[in-house]
Design a protein around this ligand. Sequence first.
Ligand code: FCB
Length: 454
Amino acid sequence: MTTANRPEPAAPARSDFASDFLWGCATSSYQIEGAGSVDGRVESIWDRFAATPGKVRDGSSGAVACDHYHRWPEDFDIGRDMGLNAYRFSIAWPRIFGEAGGQPNQKGLDFYSRLVDGMLERGLQPWATLYHWDLPQYLQDRGGWANRETVDAFLEFADVMTRRLGERVKHWITHNEPWCTAIIGNFEGWHAPGLTDFKTALQVAHHVLVSHGKAVPLIRANVPDAQVGIALSLHPLRAASSKPEDLAAMERHDGLRYRWFLDPLHGRGYPQATLDAIGDAAPTILPGDMEAIAVDTDFLGVNYYFPETIAHAPGHAPLDAEVLPPGEVETTAMGWEVAPQGLAELLLRIEKDYHPGPIYITENGSCYEDSVDAGGEIDDVGRRHYLMRHLASLRAAIADGVPVKGYFAWSLLDNFEWAEGYLRRFGLTHIDYDTQQRTLKGSGKWYRSFLRQE
Ligand code: FCB
């Protein structure tokens, strides 16, 4: 079914959710800030990757993006007027440390300090993500996350940021989507740094998790009343058929995609069946690592976009399992299946498997081909329906006992969508990249009326 002939979904109401529920939008530094070489910011792995021909589909980069670095007051006004009470952003590490072992860059620190004041002045509770993929290139030149020294560099970055902002920022996310950092960036290779080595990818995943585990107590020591967690990208899984080989392939995929991250975070170590399957690609683990990773956190961040269907695929690295493209189902312009019930399904599974405590939906959103009409309006009905239907699913999961405490829509603004460049739009606000004009889309207006209970 296409969006055009889909009936209007029943509208959820804000009053269906707890009065202290957090309602936000999420963004990330490289995708919106621009100002690529301003105020001492140095090159990140995404600048290098984007400058490599053929890596980003439209040949673009985040060098200018939404110019949020200069236009943030207008962007936060949009968030405030929408009725948000929270805002998730990330901190660009290359703005803070210009060289390995160097001193923190005062201008970078001042920028994030102003940003946080700007949020607080507008009633937006700041949710800071420390790592949303923009690793300084000088660290990649020394091996990136595969080099254990990057863990120490991350801890220094986390220390400096939480000391500087901790009086005002109480909610900290160590990492965004370690799967993507590790597997997409270092094995599949279509994200920065663009490597294609499975063993490297698993070492990266391990170091990312260790850096999370070691950062949590450090953040708590620096930030009075800190709430600290990690944001994982997760998908409900379906087997391509009920044949035993497809079911077994789904299990193998699940071991790497879901349990490889959630099991160690919950003190269970890496799943043994996956360790057996990957053999020599297993990461080097130092004494104390697994205990560090298993640190208690205050919440789990869940990023949900779509379910995955898995088929047995002999020879398909690394586990003879393949994620199939969606069949004859409703999809977004990314080709991602639209499955609102998948959100509730995923949340119920996480709650049953791990009982992780408070959960926040740290990202959820959709990409559609938007068109600006003659009156300058963007009636993005597909995105509006996606949002409405996912909130209804979230409400159902909460009614079934999953302790979800907040929701961050991806994204406040159209932005640089990684390997897709500016060809893909996820914003509740349209960006005209020629003029930098912001226009609230129909989806953003719906979220506003939902939040303001109009
Ligand atoms: C997530 C990323 C986010 C954005 C959305 C569409 O995987 O965390 O930066 O690109 O996908």
